[in-house]
Design a protein around this ligand. Structure first.
Ligand SMILES: NC(=O)C1=CN([C@@H]2O[C@H](COP(=O)(O)OP(=O)(O)OC[C@H]3O[C@@H](n4cnc5c(N)ncnc54)[C@H](OP(=O)(O)O)[C@@H]3O)[C@@H](O)[C@H]2O)C=CC1
Ligand SMILES: CC(C)(CO)C(=O)C(=O)O
Length: 326
C-alpha cells in the first residue's frame, strides 16, 4: 500500500514508523530539523521496551511522492488551511484521505443531511479549499487513541505502549466499506483500529475525553490524571463530561450507556495531552476545535453548559496571553 503521512510529527510519525515496519511504501511530509534528522538517521519510534528505526522516504515537497492509496493528514488542526493545496498532487481518483485531528473536524457537515442546526464554525469553511483536492466520498475521519510526542528531531516517543488505536470511518456513511482495508493494514501494523458505527458519533466520543481531561490538564498545567488525583478537579471533570454528553445527545448521539463519566475519570492518563504540550512549547493551539466548538454546539442547541463555559474562558485567556490563539 502506498501511504503518505502529511505532517509526520508525533502521531503521524508513530503511524508512519509502524506502517513502514509492516512493509508499506510510506512517504513522510515533514519539515525543518525533524525532516533533516529523518533524512539522515531515519525515523525512530520508542514505545515501551521497543525501539524501531525505519527509513521511509521523507520530503517537504508534496509533489514528490505521487498518487497514494492513502494520505493520512496528521498536521495540527491549526495547520490545515496551509496544507490543502499541497494535498492535490498526492490524490488520484481512488486515493482516500484520512484526517486525524482532535476536536470538531472541518468536514463534519459534509456528505450527510443534518437535521439539527449547526453553529457556523470558522473551520467548516475549510471545505472550500479541501473540496478542490478531494471528493467527500474519498474522505475518512480518524480518532487517535495513542499518546505520542516528538522527543527530539527524528525521534517519536510513545507513552501508551500496547494501547495504540486509530479508529477510522468514511464521512459519507455509504462509503464506509472503503475504510476496511485501511483498518486491516493498521491492525497488521500493531495499531488497533475498530470499525465505527458512525464517524460523527466517534468524533463526539473522543471529543468528550479531550474537552474534559485535556482541558483540565491545560488549565492546571498537569497530566490529565490530575482530575482523578484531586477530588475538586474530579468534580469539574464529571461536570464537563456530563455537559459533553448532553451536547452530543442534542445532536442525535446518546452516548450515556457507553461512556460512564466515573469510569472515564478512573482511566484518565498519566500524560500531558497534546493541547498542553502545545501550550508549554509555544505552538499554535487547537482551542477552537477542542474547547470552543463544543461550546458553540451547546449554544446553538440552547444548552447551558456552565462548567465548559467557565473552563473555556480560563484556557482561552491563557492561550491568548501567550499569543497561541487569536
Ligand atoms: N500527539 C498525539 O499522540 C496525539 C495527537 N492527536 C491529534 O493529532 C493531530 C497531530 O498532533 P501531533 O502529532 O501531536 O502534532 P505534531 O505537531 O507533533 O505533528 C504535526 C507535524 O506536522 C508538521 N507540519 C505542519 N505543517 C506542515 C507543512 N505545511 N509541511 C510539512 N509539515 C508540516 C509539523 O511541523 P512543525 O513542528 O514544524 O510545525 C509537525 O511535525 C492533532 O490534531 C492532535 O490533536 C490526537 C491524539 C494523540
Ligand atoms: C489524551 C490523548 C493522548 C488521547 O489519545 C490525546 O488525545 C492528546 O494527547 O491530545
Amino acid at each position: 500500500m502506498r501511504v503518505c503521512i502529511y505532517g509526520a510529527g508525533a502521531g503521524g510519525g508513530h503511524f508512519g514508523a509502524r506502517l513502514a515496519q509492516a512493509g508499506h511504501e510510506v512517504s513522510l511530509i515533514a519539515r525543518g530539523p525533524h525532516l533533516a534528522a529523518i533524512k539522515s538517521g531515519g525515523l525512530t519510534l520508542i514505545s515501551g521496551d521497543e525501539e524501531i528505526v525505519t527509513f521511509p522516504a521523507a520530503t517537504d515537497d508534496s509533489s514528490e511522492p505521487g498518487h497514494q492509496d492513502l494520505v493520512i493528514v496528521t498536521v495540527k488542526a491549526t495547520a490545515l488551511a496551509s496544507v490543502a493545496e499541497g494535498l492535490k498532487p498526492l490524490v488520484g481518483p481512488e486515493t482516500r484521505v484520512l484526517f486525524t485531528q482532535n476536536g470538531m473536524p472541518w468536514w463534519y457537515p459534509l456528505g450527510i443531511d443534518i437535521e439539527q442546526r449547526l453553529p457556523a464554525l470558522p473551520s467548516f469553511a475549510l471545505s472550500d479549499a479541501y473540496l478542490e483536492a478531494v471528493r467527500p466520498e474519498q474522505i475518512l475521519g480518524g480518532l487517535i487513541y495513542s499518546a505520542n510526542e516528538v522527543r527530539e528531531p527524528g525521534v517519536v516517543f510513545n507513552n501508551s505502549p500496547g494501547a495504540n488505536r486509530m479508529d477510522i470511518g468514511a464521512i459519507v456513511p455509504e462509503h464506509d466499506g472503503d475504510a476496511e482495508p485501511f483498518r486491516e493494514a493498521l491492525r497488521a501494523a500493531e495499531i488497533g483500529s475498530l470499525p465505527v458505527n458512525d464517524i460523527r458519533e466517534a468524533i463526539w466520543k473522543k471529543l468528550l475525553f479531550n474537552m474534559s481531561g485535556s482541558v483540565i490538564a491545560l488549565a492546571t498545567g498537569n497530566q490529565s490524571s490530575i482530575a482523578r488525583r484531586d477530588p475538586a478537579l474530579g468534580e469539574v471533570y464529571l461536570d464537563l463530561v456530563n455537559e459533553g454528553l448532553a451536547i452530543a445527545a442534542a445532536y442525535g448521539y446518546r452516548l450515556n450507556d457507553e461512556l460512564r463519566p466515573e469510569e472515564m475519570l478512573k482511566k484518565t492518563l498519566d500524560h500531558k495531552p497534546s493541547l498542553l504540550q502545545d501550550f508549554e512549547q509555544g505552538r499554535a493551539m487547537e482551542i477552537a476545535e477542542i474547547v470552543l466548538a463544543p461550546l458553540e454546539f451547546a449554544r446553538a442547541a440552547g444548552l447551558n453548559t456552565p462548567a465548559l463555559r467557565t473552563i473555556a474562558a480560563i484556557v482561552v485567556r491563557r492561550a491568548k496571553d501567550k499569543g497561541l490563539f487569536a
